[in-house]
Write a protein that binds this ligand. Structure first.
Ligand SMILES: [Zn+2]
Length: 396
């Protein structure tokens, strides 16, 4: 079994060790050392990264069978004596998050009685699952307040080993999952847990603890939170977003929700006015368009192009013009949101989708779709002359 230096001193960044086995893991070279400062994935905490004699350590896992720690390497290692160093930024982040989790779990237990049933540390977010649901915002604030108070009191974090028989009298937050000698992590006069993870020396090093999301999952609640630098980076990002949004609306931060509501109201009114104007336009435009209707073998045909028309108007025009008449209607508008529509009234022996595809083919474009009596395709920035020629060729 590998000697775990990260238990003796979680602040150890460099160490020397001897390889006791050269092996492989899923086709990648791996080594087992007599002692290591590399933490293997486990107990909710991800593995360390770093290097052995300059060769990157890409993954660290603990073998179930004998408790040996496997260092999976980017390249094979040639020598038996190694100098290892761990990626300290990554490790210290894990220590901040992990100690922060113990504090937050105890704060939830004290204020709400909710027990933490699982813990996960991701690349972005840290989560705990609680065995209760329904936490009002004031309760969450109280939990966060207590957790941050424990941080600011800069309490000592101690670790020690106890025998299994001693566990019962210790008042652990949760019964331990492992047997035999058990490692205890204690936040002075606040929390006592069985844990094999790496922790900071004093709670002050955890930095801010911030809950960012609550999600109900059946009878449990998933709490997403951030500690230390992660919490500060999240604050920076959100503060930037807030300033940008307030700047875009030319209001102070505090006025932002009200400004957004006012904008939504304005937009609703503007949409109503636009619809009314479009109806007015339809009534005015229809008589002129009726003048352009030509006789065809199956009844009538109407083709018309606009250099630009607000989107939304064209489909309504096409429906109004093809309704109840044996008429084929082909309408198009240019511009960035150019649209081509083929609509068919009753009694026209043509499939609107086929006519649409014939026109698109002439244009060298594709896409679009619809039903036998109505089909449309976006034709952004279409050249109107080319469209006119394509229509002529397709309808010819
Ligand atoms: Zn832990």
């Amino acid at each position: 079994m590998t000697e775990r230096l990260y238990w003796l001193d979680p602040y150890l960044q460099r160490f020397t060790a001897t390889v006791i086995a050269f092996t492989e893991h899923n086709g990648q070279p791996a080594v087992i050392l007599d002692r290591t400062a590399f933490y293997p994935t486990g107990g909710g905490q991800p593995h360390d990264r770093g290097a052995l004699n300059g060769i990157p350590v890409v993954e660290v896992i603990e073998q179930d069978t004998d408790g040996a720690i496997l260092h999976i390497l980017a390249r094979p290692l040639e020598t038996r004596e190694v100098e290892g160093h761990i990626d300290w930024e990554r490790r210290f982040d894990h220590m901040q998050q992990h100690t922060g989790q113990h504090i937050l779990s105890q704060a939830f237990l004290r204020i709400t009685g909710a027990q933490t049933v699982s813990f996960h540390m991701g690349e972005e977010m840290i989560t705990i699952d609680l065995d209760q649901i329904g936490f009002p915002p004031a309760v969450i604030e109280a939990v966060e307040g207590l957790a941050n108070q424990v941080v600011l009191e800069d309490r000592e974090v101690r670790t020690r080993f106890v025998e299994a028989e001693e566990v019962e009298g210790l008042g652990l937050r949760r019964p331990p999952k492992v047997e035999g000698r058990i490692r205890i992590v204690e936040v002075a006069d606040f929390d006592r847990s069985a844990c094999g993870g790496t922790h900071v020396r004093r709670t002050g090093e955890v930095g801010p603890i911030k809950i960012v999301k609550l999600e109900r999952r059946g009878n449990e609640t998933r709490v997403s939170f951030l500690c230390g630098w992660r919490a500060l980076r999240d604050y920076w990002r959100k503060h930037r977003l807030l300033l940008e949004s307030a700047g875009a609306l030319s209001v102070g931060e505090a006025m932002l929700p009200e400004a957004v509501r006012a904008l939504q109201e304005e937009l609703k009114e503007a949409r109503k006015a636009l619809t009314a104007l479009q109806e007015l336009y339809l009534d005015l435009a229809l008589p002129d368009l009726e003048q352009k209707v030509q006789p065809a073998s199956f009844g009538e045909i109407l083709v018309h192009l606009w250099p630009q028309l607000p989107s939304g108007l064209l489909p309504r025009l096409a429906r109004r013009l093809s309704e109840g008449r044996p008429r084929l209607v082909v309408l198009a508008s240019g511009g960035a949101d150019g649209l081509l529509i083929v609509a068919r009234g009753p009694g026209v022996p043509l499939d609107a989708r086929e006519v649409l595809q014939r026109i698109l083919q002439q244009l060298g474009r594709e896409g679009g779709g619809g039903r036998p009596d109505y089909a449309q395709a976006p034709v952004p920035r279409v050249d109107l002359q080319a469209l006119r020629r394509a229509l002529g060729a397709a309808m010819g």
